[in-house]
Design a protein around this ligand. Structure first.
Ligand SMILES: Nc1ncnc2c1ncn2[C@@H]1O[C@H](COP(=O)(O)OP(=O)(O)OP(=O)(O)O)[C@@H](O)[C@H]1O
Ligand SMILES: [Mg+2]
Length: 509
């Protein structure tokens, strides 16, 4: 049996005065899938970064098959057969599947025989329970296929314990089912042991054998999945019973509400110089949420970047309240067009700066935030404190560097900044990506509240459930074009799925 048993014994790790991991012990049996659950900031990433050697633990032991191991770097972890698959793909899009696999090995001989290597790779693929064609370019693979390739790469590197950090967050529900089914199969065959971080209860219930819940750095519960349920897990996570918030009744959009955001015949370039967005026209009224549904990579990212002034518009116009809009900083402030971009740590923050400074990025040059020619630190600090409390950012420390916050808390800090005053237009791209369930309902409520106050919301999401829940209208984007528009209350999931898949269907023909 290749699968490793993992024991973590009394692991601790502190950052300054914060005990991010506090005496954590747990066991993952060989050939099982073990889920690691916990609210944002609970210590999940800190634990797995210790296991993979990116940021070694302060104290505690890691045992593989009962033997204590020193893991001081990812290289140590890899040598022991421990690997990791991330939320985002690490495969190189410009290369083929075969090239990606070979390069993953690291050192290649200078006189590589492609023919021999290809034959060896083909033999490897034959031993796998699923495959991806070796000669395909990775750039042309769907998200599900890329995640399969990430798994194959780990198996090719002979990993025996795999850590998955929210592995399905960029997949469609069908792809997620398939990939987790494959993972499960590999563990059941005894090839692999899996430790999986996820925020999705249904994935835990359907695909994990056992689960550990962390809260504020401590283990608060262990269970066999067959002997627990979602409510128990949620109450462990939050330290209280889960209260389902009743959805507030919503006004319907007034038919004569003015158009706040109008996109007219937009064309936007991709990084490769082709057109990612082609002749896209769409209107969002005041007090309306228009959802853009689509499989990742169909032009959503480029559309959002264009609306935020981060990408050149080749042709067409954007109008806000009837006037042409060019997404400069001055215009964003004057017209109150705010945004929640994807991956806020990269796209909406300055990593080295504090939470308070990041919260002031929009308006540090406005009179309220100035004292003469200097920034009014006291005003900045006290406003940050209020936003931190209102949006429940943890830890509640305005002076900490934003890149030391957990993923979910970065997201909350940026939301707090963008929704701290009434806005005309809000552009949100996958706004709850990586957030725990409590934060998801919190942020959804805030988006709906903004709508009730008259904000026009353009909500780009790969999560159909999110769109069906929040949007008034849903537009499907496929290959850079809006291929279908419907009222959300009349929307049919299967029909939406059909239009979303348009591009792959076209490519297969
Ligand atoms: N390099 C660092 N410096 C200071 N504090 C840190 C650092 N890395 C993590 N922390 C803190 O440790 C705690 C645990 O963070 P961690 O990233 O492990 O949470 P998480 O469970 O992965 O959360 P999420 O679901 O949001 O990803 C948080 O309070 C975080 O702010
Ligand atoms: Mg994390």
């Amino acid at each position: 049996m290749a699968a490793l048993t993992l024991d973590i014994f009394r692991a601790s790790k502190s950052f300054g005065g914060l005990r991010a991991l506090d005496d954590v012990s747990m066991r993952v049996a060989a050939g099982s899938v073990h889920a690691l659950l916990g609210e944002n900031g609970a210590g999940k990433s800190t634990l797995v970064k210790g296991l993979i050697g990116y940021s070694p633990l302060d104290q505690g032991s890691i045992l593989l098959d009962g033997r204590e191991c020193a893991i001081a770097s990812p290289r140590d972890a890899h040598a022991l057969g421990v690997g990791m698959v991330y939320q985002h793909f690490t495969v190189a899009p410009g290369l083929t599947v075969a090239e990606n696999l070979l390069l993953a090995r690291g050192r290649l001989p200078w006189n590589i025989s492609w023919k021999k290597e290809h034959a060896a790779l083909a033999r490897f693929m034959d031993t796998m329970p699923f495959r991806v064609a070796l000669d395909r370019a990775v750039g042309g693979l769907s998200a599900g296929e890329k995640q399969k390739l990430e798994l194959l790469k780990q198996l090719y590197l002979q990993r025996r314990l795999l850590i998955l950090d929210e592995p399905t967050s960029v997949l469609t529900p069908q792809e997620a089912q398939e990939v987790l089914g494959l993972v499960r199969g590999l563990t059941q065959r005894g090839q692999l042991t899996v430790l999986m971080i996820t925020h999705k209860f249904h994935e835990v219930m359907a695909f994990a054998d056992t689960v550990t819940v962390l809260r504020k750095g401590k283990v608060v519960g262990h269970a066999a999945v067959a002997q627990t349920n979602e409510n128990e897990l949620a109450s462990w996570m939050m330290g209280q019973a889960r209260v389902a918030a009743a959805a507030a009744p919503r006004k319907s959009v007034a038919p004569d509400a003015p158009v706040a955001l109008a996109l007219e015949h937009l064309r936007v370039a991709s990084d490769r110089g082709t057109q990612a967005v082609r002749d896209l026209s769409l209107q969002v009224q005041r007090g309306e949420i228009v959802g853009i549904a689509g499989i990742s990579g169909n032009g959503q990212k480029e559309l959002v970047e264009a609306l935020l002034g981060q990408r050149r518009i080749l042709d067409g116009t954007v109008k806000v309240n009837g006037s042409p809009y060019h997404a400069t900083r001055e215009q964003m402030l004057a017209q109150k067009v705010f945004s929640l971009p994807e991956e806020p740590l990269h796209n909406a923050c300055v990593a080295g700066m504090s939470v308070a400074e990041n919260m002031a990025l929009r308006d540090f040059d406005r009179p309220a935030m100035r004292r003469g020619w200097r920034v009014n630190r006291a005003a900045m600090q006290s406003r940050a404190q209020k936003l931190i409390a209102a949006f429940n950012v943890r830890p509640p420390a305005p002076e900490s560097a934003i890149d030391t916050l957990s993923g979910g808390n970065v997201q909350r800090a940026i939301l707090a900044r963008e929704l701290s005053e009434p806005v005309n237009v809000l552009v949100a791209a996958n706004p709850v990506f990586g957030l725990d369930f409590a934060a998801v309902s919190d942020i959804h409520a805030r988006i709906v509240a903004a709508r009730e106050l008259g904000t026009a919301v353009l909500l780009v999401s790969e999560d159909l459930d999110e769109l069906l829940e929040l949007a008034d209208r849903i537009a499907v984007i496929s290959n850079g074009v809006i291929v279908h528009v419907t009222q959300a209350r009349d929307a049919d999931r299967a029909v939406l799925g059909h239009f979303m898949a348009g591009r792959e269907a076209a490519a297969a023909r």
